[in-house]
Design a protein around this ligand. Sequence first.
Ligand SMILES: Nc1nc2c(ncn2[C@@H]2O[C@H](COP(=O)(O)OP(=O)(O)O)[C@@H](O)[C@H]2O)c(=O)[nH]1
Ligand SMILES: [Mg+2]
Length: 483
Amino acid sequence: MPAYTPLPTSATDPPPRRSSPSSSNLLTNLLDRLPAPVQHFLESHPLKTRPVRLGAAVLAGFLVLSLLGTALHSRSSGGSIRGYPLAGSEGRGKWGTYASWLPGFSGSSSTADGGGSWEGYTGSGAGWRELPENDGLREPMLVKDEKTGKMMPPEVYPAALNPFKRANAAFVALVRNGEREAMRDSMRSVESRFNRRFGYPWVFLNDEPFDEDFKVGVMKMTRSEVFFAQIPKEHWSYPEWINQTYAADERQKMVNENVIYGGSESYRHMCRFNSGFFFKQKILESFDWYWRVEPGVELFCDIDYDVFHFMEANNKVYGFTIVLYEYLRTVETLWDATREFARLHPDYIHPENTIRFLVDDEKKGLQDGDWNLCHFWSNFEIGSLKFWRSQPYEDYFKFLDEKGGFFYERWGDAPVHSFAAALFLPQSAIHNFYDISYRHNPYQTCPQNRKLFHDNGKCECYPENSFDTDGRWWKVDGNPHEL
Ligand SMILES: Nc1nc2c(ncn2[C@@H]2O[C@H](COP(=O)(O)OP(=O)(O)O)[C@@H](O)[C@H]2O)c(=O)[nH]1
Ligand SMILES: [Mg+2]
């Protein structure tokens, strides 16, 4: 039973729970099942280097699918492969096109002149050759298209060829109807740089109903399932203990001081929602992991591995790309409130916490030190939903919410998430995705290691344009760019 089963394309109901996968030894198992000549080929190419491993993985997936395809015998047999519906079966149907060539393996032969290495493509950069030699590949099985009469090579859609189980993960975007085009830009980037290899679903959240233009527009950007949900009123409104007159007065003061978003009520609801409620949405119930995507963001490097499995396999809970300073005026009492909470719940503070990332003077610690205003920039997050659903965070958010600072000041979800991650988690559970080149105006990161990320064509960014070229912001873990 595959852990990852695509569901109907557009839905408002939460998808059923997906079992938690384990992909360990999957490659080994796949390799063991391959025909002897292929195993021989792989053995003669020690699986030590990453490029060869990748090539082997693709080849293994290709061959396993081909065996499955042969077993299916007929194009009209329906059914599914690892949960991807074949042509003619129910569902969105986008996966169908890929599957239609499978029976071709028992049919016509190729006219391509195979053999030899792809000399024209070897390039000069180290590590470019992530493809197996042509000698180790099959001839493309050409199938005659009945409508056009043309000979068609197999379709190679990476997510469908990826044989590894998926995590219980989704992209999550809180977004307004008016941000459709910026959302589509983000999706174009995420899909081409990452998700076309994995096919993770998208979940869109909004305090208002999504309009048809938005829905159709974003569905065109992905071959994965897409879910839409409206946020319940109680997650996007004033709690009864908030003095709205006082809140309005405080907003006016911020407007007078030109504080960014100082006068905006919706921005405050948004920050409170992202702090305390996004992970409680019914549509996300069945998921364990999320990647937060905002409209208008961009990725500049290929991400060829499953970031969610990475998180799971390394006991990571919270992943970030950019760390920066918060505007003090928007969070004047947040640090004190957090210290008060920590005094009430000393048991929630993890012994291997990263308080030193937050305080101006490491020696003073949480209760005596001042906050240096550092926080994870939460418009990008890859994280565990279970963490936000845990008791310590539940209690922390409730405590903060009762203080009223989301409305009387303008507490952001970024410092709130950052404090929780730094206090309740061990340092080892926080990960800097330095290899994900990410841009949200006006900042962007770009990996510094030219050999690993640039000479091989993996990234299109310029290392010197990175916001953080020397790892000085997240000092806790050393400088990741030196890895
Ligand atoms: N549905 C909805 N989404 C919002 C609203 N305000 C902000 N957002 C979303 O919340 C996120 C942060 O808002 P954004 O305007 O990008 O703030 P910034 O990144 O801090 O400048 C984005 O994903 C927005 O699309 C709102 O009133 N309704
Ligand atoms: Mg934004």
